[in-house]
Write a protein that binds this ligand. Structure first.
Ligand code: IFM
Length: 426
């Protein structure tokens, strides 16, 4: 199903959240593409991945216009994207019972911009696609960084930069100040853009210079970026991380019951409460951050946050279980995390989100692949930038076999008894 919409020959198509199988979300592309689906293509079908990344490259000018229209600088990608790159997310939706609902996600969910940058950067890292970085990749990283710099405000009392009125991946707390995921990804975006620029300056100074001239980026502006990235508020990088300012004081409640599909039920104390009145999350937020930037958090911190937020996450978005499956496997909780893998893999077969009438779940499919290959089999890039594995197979699996495309070579990888072999295949 994942293969049904992106194309190895067409860089003007993307992956609708419901693939070709339903009308929900109008076929629009979300952050689902970069963070959930793209890794599968990057590692297995890099030509298709390249086209998915180029899709965003074509829409860089539209993203610059989106930023300007919202009063920011740089490039701000839309929450929902289609051919023009304009924001396609409706401000109002009509619900099944005929009532109208004011939808704020496009107003507050700015984290999609960091996701686009992350997907591109990860694709380039894995494939070594320098021509793409030269063509528009570096420019996209710099322009998205510029957006984040303009999105921050200085808090003079606390002597730090902040991002106010924003929603992270968990859409049930909308909006909050200093969402930990968004602030950290903004910092990542700025720092990554600057280090990618430094690498290009060392390798191809003329090209780097011409990109800087084209986007009128000066040393003085970049020095200010560095200061802002250093001074953005992060809720700490060790121990329990507060999802956003004011999350911890919300009267606490934890999940204690599950339905027949193993999906958590809303704690009784929270029934009838909404948004900021309850601590229950729709989907992984801090845990998602640790999945994306594992090197920024030590193992204890990852475990503490996984265990805390797991008890408060309802997984009402199909994007959520695969993140918990992957993180659980990485943290050595392979058996415990297996329930999340099942929820992700069977989302459409079991209809465990109860919305199959609206279409299949693309992000769940990409997330399931990542949970198996990157979580249970532990695929990652090692310090030399080569594929490496740290498997944690659950006891009920004897062996896992899958294919990768590593820089033009087709590899057949077998993980058995936690030993890995990779042979070139035709
Ligand atoms: O992008 C997701 C979002 O995170 C949760 N609601 C559905 C969107 C499309 O899948």
């Amino acid at each position: 199903h994942l293969m049904s919409t992106p194309s190895p020959t067409d860089d003007r198509v993307n992956i609708g959240a419901k693939l070709m199988h339903g009308e929900e979300y109008g076929g629009h592309a979300f952050w689902d593409t970069e963070l959930f689906c793209l890794p599968f293509f990057t590692w297995v079908f890099p030509q298709t991945a390249r086209n998915l990344v180029r899709y965003r490259g074509h829409l860089l000018d539209a993203a610059r216009k989106n930023a300007r229209d919202s009063g920011y600088r740089g490039a701000k990608f839309p929450w929902e994207s289609a051919d023009t790159g304009d924001e396609e997310c409706p401000a109002w939706t009509v619900e099944y019972d005929g009532t109208c609902y004011r939808c704020y996600v496009a107003d507050y969910e700015h984290h999609v911009t960091a996701a686009v940058a992350y997907g591109l950067y990860d694709y380039a890292l894995v494939t070594g696609d320098e021509p793409l970085m030269a063509e528009f990749g570096l420019e996209l990283l710099l322009e998205t960084a510029r957006f984040w710099v303009s999105r921050m405000v200085w808090n003079d009392e606390k002597k730090r930069y902040e991002i106010l009125q924003v929603t992270g991946p968990d859409e049930w707390h909308e909006p909050g100040d200093n969402n930990a995921y968004t602030n950290r990804m903004a910092k990542w975006n700025i720092e990554t853009a600057l280090s990618a620029l430094a690498r290009m300056q060392a390798k191809n100074p003329d090209l780097a210079q011409s990109i800087l001239r084209r986007i009128r980026l000066t040393d003085a502006e970049m020095a200010a970026w560095r200061r802002q990235a250093d001074a953005i508020y992060l809720h700490g990088e060790t121990s329990l991380i507060e999802q956003f300012d004011g999350y911890f004081p919300i009267p606490d409640a934890v999940i204690t019951e599950w339905d027949e599909h193993g999906m958590p039920r809303m704690p009784a104390a929270c029934v009838g409460k909404k948004g900021m009145q309850r601590p229950i999350l729709k989907q992984a937020d801090v845990v998602m951050l640790m999945k994306l930037l594992p090197d920024c958090y030590d193992e204890d911190t990852q475990r503490i946050n996984f265990e805390y937020y797991e008890k408060r996450t309802l997984h009402r978005s199909s994007l959520s279980p695969s993140v918990h499956a992957l993180m659980g496997a990485r943290l050595g909780l392979a058996e415990h995390a297996y329930r999340y893998l099942e929820r992700s893999a069977y989302v459409d077969l079991d209809n465990n989100q109860r919305n199959i009438r609206e279409g299949l779940h693309a992000a769940s499919m990409g997330g399931t692949w990542q949970a198996v290959v990157m979580g249970y089999c532990g695929l990652h890039l090692n310090e030399q930038g080569e594929p490496a594995f740290a498997p944690h197979l659950p006891p009920q699996w004897k062996q896992v076999r899958f294919h990768l495309n590593w820089r033009g070579k087709k590899l057949q990888v077998t993980v058995k008894d936690n030993q890995v072999s990779a042979i070139e295949s035709i």
